[in-house]
Design a protein around this ligand. Structure first.
Ligand SMILES: NC(=O)c1ccc[n+]([C@@H]2O[C@H](COP(=O)([O-])OP(=O)(O)OC[C@H]3O[C@@H](n4cnc5c(N)ncnc54)[C@H](O)[C@@H]3O)[C@@H](O)[C@H]2O)c1
Length: 269
């Protein structure tokens, strides 16, 4: 049996937003695959608690605290992770947050804040991590969390969707510019995930009405699975991609229900 099929055992990893929800699930999954994990969160207690849980899985863990929307703090966090591990090979950054506003009502502050928390820090953090990986000369793996709101028109998610679309574009550009250094950069676009902050509770009937083919909401661990796949050896030839993880919502042809109804009517005569 191959104990290290993901190729992550002993790898130095950094998870930003790792104290809670999808980030914490990612940190724990990396640890189960044998990676050593530095994790950062804006809330110190979350970072400390998550780091203890990671350490309990038998790997090295470090809790870092800071708001990554501040560029200096973001760079300090990457720096501290590198000092802790002595190197850096894996980055998962899932920090992001949505506001709900119609385009007519979004003021400049909200727009700027959405760009900051969903897009800009990914440049600073990704670039700092890439510089370190290029210096090491043995490649690297990065994975980010976008959203289906960045792929489709997303009423009330105007700023969020634009920022997440920017993040998917940034992912592809990073993959283009850093591929020659064997740095792979990918993203996951979730939908209908029940996180502690966003605990939707869909009944199977609601899920069916909303087009979730699997008939339920997803869990943070199911986004973590896709993120860890991207940073694992299993994805060694995958870069510049965004994977939708949504229980099948976006697999359906939008007019399918209408076509099905028309088909039924035609059969009835
Ligand atoms: N839940 C969904 O259905 C869904 C759907 C699409 C996309 N997403 C995306 O998934 C990601 C994670 O969502 P979540 O609901 O797990 O988030 P969350 O808010 O529950 O968890 C994020 C973690 O990051 C930390 N954090 C927040 N701002 C930070 C900052 N500025 N600096 C450092 N740490 C910070 C928080 O303290 C928290 O521990 C986000 O990017 C979100 O946009 C979620």
């Amino acid at each position: 049996m191959d104990q290290n099929i993901l190729g992550l055992a002993g790898k130095p990893a950094l998870v930003i937003g790792g104290g809670f929800g999808i980030g914490k699930a990612s940190a724990l999954l990396l640890a189960r695959a044998g990676a050593n994990v530095a994790l950062a969160d804006v809330i110190e207690e979350r970072a400390q608690t998550a780091a203890k849980e990671v350490e309990a899985l038998g790997v090295r863990a470090l809790a870092l605290t800071g708001d990554v929307t501040d560029m200096k703090t973001a760079l300090r966090i990457v720096d501290e992770a590198v000092k802790f591990h002595g190197s850096l090979e894996v980055l998962i950054n899932m920090v992001g947050m949505a506001t709900w506003n119609e385009l007519m009502d979004i003021d400049e502050d909200v727009w700027e804040q959405q760009m900051l928390i969903n897009l800009r820090h990914h440049l600073y953090i990704g670039r700092a991590a890439a510089k370190q990986m290029i210096k090491q000369g043995s490649g690297g793996r990065m994975a980010f969390v976008a959203s289906v709101s960045g792929i489709y028109g997303a009423p009330l998610h105007g700023a969020y969707g634009a920022a997440k679309a920017g993040l998917m574009s940034l992912t592809r550009t990073m993959a283009n510019e850093w591929g020659r250094h064997q740095i792979r950069v990918n993203a996951v676009a979730p939908d209908v995930i029940s996180t502690p902050r966003h605990p939707g509770n869909m009944t199977p009937e609601q899920a069916q009405r909303e087009g979730v083919l699997l008939g339920r909401m997803g869990h943070p661990e199911e986004i973590a699975g896709a993120l860890v796949f991207f940073v694992s050896d299993l994805a060694s030839f995958v870069t510049g991609q965004t994977l939708i993880v949504d229980g099948g919502v976006h697999a359906a042809f939008p007019h399918f229900a209408g076509i099905q109804n028309a088909f039924q009517r035609s059969k009835q005569g």
